[in-house]
Design a binder for this molecule. Structure first.
Ligand SMILES: [Zn+2]
Length: 409
């Protein structure tokens, strides 16, 4: 089936282009610009902007999360710790009713290390007493653990460096430098990226010194020195700031977002309630300082990737919702000083390039037709990304007015 979208402003993942027409043939973009083929379904996109489907580069998800993400035009979620099997992910990749997914499997952490404290403090007694979080204690164990994740289909490797000081659990054990180095080396031996969870400058320094490919959060205990900013830039590592999560950690909630009619109509009450809460585990943190850190990295040439760190609608993880929070992240990146177009790249072409997702993140002939059409012009007013008119996954248009069916609603 051929669909033609005409009269659109087109942000191609990098910039606004001169063309105004995109032809979708089956699951892919057939062509950009030119003359509309006769006898096709034509969608007049006057007054709207067509963009690549968005990529959230930091989530923890399930089928319900993937459903909600797609309702918001997030066509790919990149997980940063989880239990998906290769078989499940293959089935997801061909679906058109939920977002696509990449995952590292389980992350490398120390005994009792992050995020095992959430298991110990879970209100679910079964989880608290019978679930044992996997951990490593030595370089040899880390090497073996990485191999196991790769065998299970990991797309990249996640490693946790978290002393708990910024997340409300001070004194958490972390893996030592030898184990960290062994993790990164083994990931690279399999040609996989190693991505580190950090929340402090010290954690970031350990990760960069070990040669990681990316940081899954920006540190928010203090601002980096210019020397460390330069070291990150010259290492080539990307940074996924997850400003929405840090905003929640320092005591803000996202109730204004939850009250936005464009968000409200797409989320269950449970998720709206969760979005309205803040986790407030680091009240002495200042979001303005974190904005400065993001801008310094961006100006130094570090690739910034938009990610939310959304997972489940539970009180310890409030202020977030699948899909909606990625739009919120774009708004915060603009508040930090990126231009709207620079912010849009962090959720399209940049993550696609960094994660080797060569079939998406751009609107070009041959790319998969994962597309988002919004009213207005998000290249000048970032909030317009939420004015969703249509979403396509693999060329199939989604009914975005319909709420997903989920076990929690
Ligand atoms: Zn996370």
């Amino acid at each position: 089936m051929i669909t033609v979208i005409t009269n659109a402003r087109i942000f191609d993942g990098e910039r606004v282009i001169d063309e105004h027409m995109v032809v979708i043939d089956g699951a892919n973009v057939h062509s950009v610009g030119g003359v509309a083929p006769a006898g096709t379904t034509v969608i007049d996109a006057q007054g709207a902007t067509l963009m690549p489907g968005l990529i959230d580069s930091h989530v923890h998800t399930d089928v319900d999360g993937l459903h909600d993400a797609l309702l918001f035009g997030v066509t790919t979620e990149l997980e940063m710790n989880g239990r998906w099997s290769t078989k499940q992910r293959k089935a997801i990749s061909v679906r058109t009713d939920i977002a696509d997914l990449r995952s590292p499997g389980m992350g490398v952490t120390a005994k009792g290390g992050h995020p095992a404290q959430y298991v110990r403090s879970s209100s679910n007694l079964f989880i608290r007493f019978f679930y044992h979080y996997p951990f490593v204690s030595t370089p040899a164990e880390a090497t073996k653990f990485v191999g196991k994740q790769v065998a299970r289909g990991a797309d990249y490797i996640k490693v946790f460096i978290e002393d708990g000081s910024c997340v409300g659990f001070p004194g958490l054990p972390t893996i030592d430098d030898e184990t960290l180095l062994a993790t990164v080396k083994e990931a690279h031996r399999y040609d996989k990226m190693a991505i580190a969870h950090v929340t402090t400058v010290e954690g970031g320094q350990r990760a960069i010194a070990a040669g990681v490919d990316g940081l899954a959060h920006i540190f928010f205990d203090r601002q980096p020195t210019p020397k460390f900013v330069a070291a990150i830039a010259s290492s080539g590592a990307f940074v996924i700031p997850t400003l929405v999560t840090i905003s929640s950690a320092v005591g803000n909630n996202a109730s204004a977002l939850a009250a936005d009619a464009r968000v409200k109509c797409r989320l269950s009450q449970r998720w709206l309630d969760s979005l309205s809460r803040g986790i407030n585990v680091y009240p002495r943190g200042k979001l303005q300082d974190v904005f400065s850190s993001v801008l310094a990295l961006h100006k130094a040439g570090v690739d910034i990737l938009a990610g939310s760190d959304v997972s489940e609608p539970v009180p310890s993880l409030g202020g977030l919702a699948h899909g909606a929070s990625l739009h919120h992240e774009l708004q915060l990146l603009v508040a930090a000083g990126l231009t709207p177009i620079e912010a849009l790249r962090t959720a399209t072409s940049t993550p696609a390039r960094r994660f080797g997702l060569n079939d998406r993140g751009r609107i070009v002939a041959g790319a998969r037709a994962d597309l988002l059409l919004v009213d207005g012009d998000p290249t000048t007013n970032i909030s317009d990304t939420l004015s969703i008119r249509a979403v396509w996954r693999r060329g199939v248009q989604l009914n975005t007015q319909k709420r997903a069916t989920r076990k929690w609603s």
